[in-house]
Design a protein around this ligand. Structure first.
Ligand SMILES: Cc1cc2nc3c(=O)[nH]c(=O)nc-3n(C[C@H](O)[C@H](O)[C@H](O)COP(=O)(O)O)c2cc1C
Length: 229
């Protein structure tokens, strides 16, 4: 599966089997994590075969969250500023799409997990912005409802938009966003400059969501065709 195919195939999966992730796939994931940490000064960490972070329901004595069988996850830690949050989204989604090409499933998780003492060490002095559940899903998830692409384009209706721009927007629409809010738009200026705009959102994941949708846009539009404003 190519990365572009992974964009279409990926859906949030919240129930996992107990099949462990193979060592060769873990190696590829760790390489991608190291690249992200190096490129953006992040502290992303992969945790494997650890069920406690998603055992909140049992701890509290009632079913909290809708996750089952999560034992592998990424701790998405980094500095506490907005550009770090956008990098968490951008690089986290690159890892998510890599996982999908490896036949794994995933789900970004802002709530519904517990920071297990001793495991979430990388968060000391940093922010643990969220986690990403990984593993072999019991199912492949379902496509979220798609809204028309013009809702995500900030442009005069008569402006001719190049194919690469429209392909970028269509890929961004497939991206995961917190609560499926999709509070973003793309604007084309000066022929090849693209601005990604985060619209006001009631949740605190605006910058992470923006990084995620920029990752999808860039892959589908082709980085050679434009530059970010
Ligand atoms: C930053 C972020 C935080 C999320 N937090 C949660 C969460 O706490 N619980 C959950 O069930 N889903 C969570 N999600 C998953 C979204 O609900 C999901 O991506 C969205 O509904 C779109 O569905 P899709 O991923 O299947 O396309 C989160 C997604 C993002 C991007």
């Amino acid at each position: 599966m190519t990365i572009k195919e992974a964009i279409k195939a990926r859906h949030s999966v919240r129930r996992y089997t107990d099949t462990p992730i193979e060592e060769d796939k873990l190696t590829l994931l760790r390489e991608s994590i190291a690249e992200a940490n190096e490129a953006a000064g992040l502290n992303i960490e992969l945790v494997t075969e650890e069920p406690k972070a998603f055992a909140v329901g049992q701890i509290l004595g009632f079913q909290y969250g809708r996750f089952r069988g999560v034992r592998n996850y990424l701790i998405m830690a980094g500095p506490k500023n907005d550009s770090a949050k956008e990098a968490i989204g951008y690089y986290g989604e690159k890892i998510v799409l890599l996982a999908q090409t490896l036949g794994l499933n995933s789900c970004w998780v802002g709530l519904s997990y517990k920071e297990v003492p001793g495991i979430f060490k990388k968060c000391l002095g940093k922010s643990c912005h969220c986690v990403i559940a990984l593993g072999y899903g019991e199912e492949q998830g379902v496509q979220h409802k798609l809204r028309p692409s013009d809702k995500f384009i900030d442009a005069d209706a008569h402006l001719h938009l190049p194919d690469w721009f429209l392909e970028g927007v269509n890929a961004a629409i497939l991206a995961p966003t917190a609560m499926n809010q999709q509070r973003f738009a793309f604007k084309l200026t000066d022929g090849n400059q693209v601005e990604a705009i985060a619209k006001p959102s009631i949740f605190g994941y605006t910058h992470i969501d923006l990084g995620i949708v920029k990752c999808h846009f860039e892959i589908a539009a082709g980085p050679q065709n434009f530059r970010w404003k």
